[in-house]
Write a protein that binds this ligand. Structure first.
Ligand SMILES: [Zn+2]
Length: 190
């Protein structure tokens, strides 16, 4: 049984504060790589010495899809992101959309279509951040579409070199726990 969760914090700035305090409490470094409409844009990173896969996770690109950021917050607070990997997490890519619960950012742009002709402040700042990072072994972008998410993750995992999956057995755990938490979050925020 999953524990009962408290009602979701819907203000972007409250959510950022909760992300930062949970991240610091679990050994993450918090970087504010920009600010839009008074809300910081945050990246949370945690590195453990020795060979570790670099896993990049992002969520919250569409403001009308609240489950993924809330699921990542709950996983962060419960210590899921431990020393098995080097974690790079951008949990709330479009706080201005989240604030209004819209797919579009404050500029009226679909942020997930904005990486080529950049028009939104959030995506411009995110690209600048990405360009400063090392390559990732695996990227997970979480959207609020449970069925396609688990299908997609299975596809990604099936394409990994065989040795890699063994080295990172946490992947299937991660898939299962993100999917489970997102299912619950979606029910609660629907
Ligand atoms: Zn979407």
């Amino acid at each position: 049984m999953l524990p009962q969760l408290e009602p979701p914090p819907f203000e972007s700035t409250d959510l950022v504060t909760r992300f930062e305090s949970a991240a610091r409490g679990h050994g993450f470094r918090c970087e504010r790589y920009g600010e839009v409409a008074g809300c910081p844009l945050i990246a949370l990173t945690k590195r453990t010495p020795g060979p570790r896969p670099r896993l990049y996770l992002s969520s919250g690109i569409h403001g009308d899809e609240p489950a993924p950021p809330l699921a990542l917050l709950e996983m962060l607070e419960s210590g899921t992101f431990d020393s098995r990997a080097n974690w790079l997490i951008c949990p709330l890519l479009t706080p201005s959309g989240f604030l209004k619960r819209t797919r579009e950012s404050a500029e009226g742009v679909d942020p997930n279509r904005d990486y080529k002709d950049i028009r939104s402040a959030e995506i411009r700042a995110h690209i600048n951040w990405l360009q400063r990072q090392p390559n990732f072994e695996i990227t997970f972008s979480f959207f609020d579409e449970i069925m396609s998410l688990s299908k997609l993750l299975r596809k990604i995992i099936s394409r990994l070199p065989s040795g890699f999956v063994q080295r990172t057995s946490s992947l299937s755990d991660l898939e299962a726990s993100v999917t489970m938490r997102m299912s619950q979050m979606t029910l609660e925020t629907a």
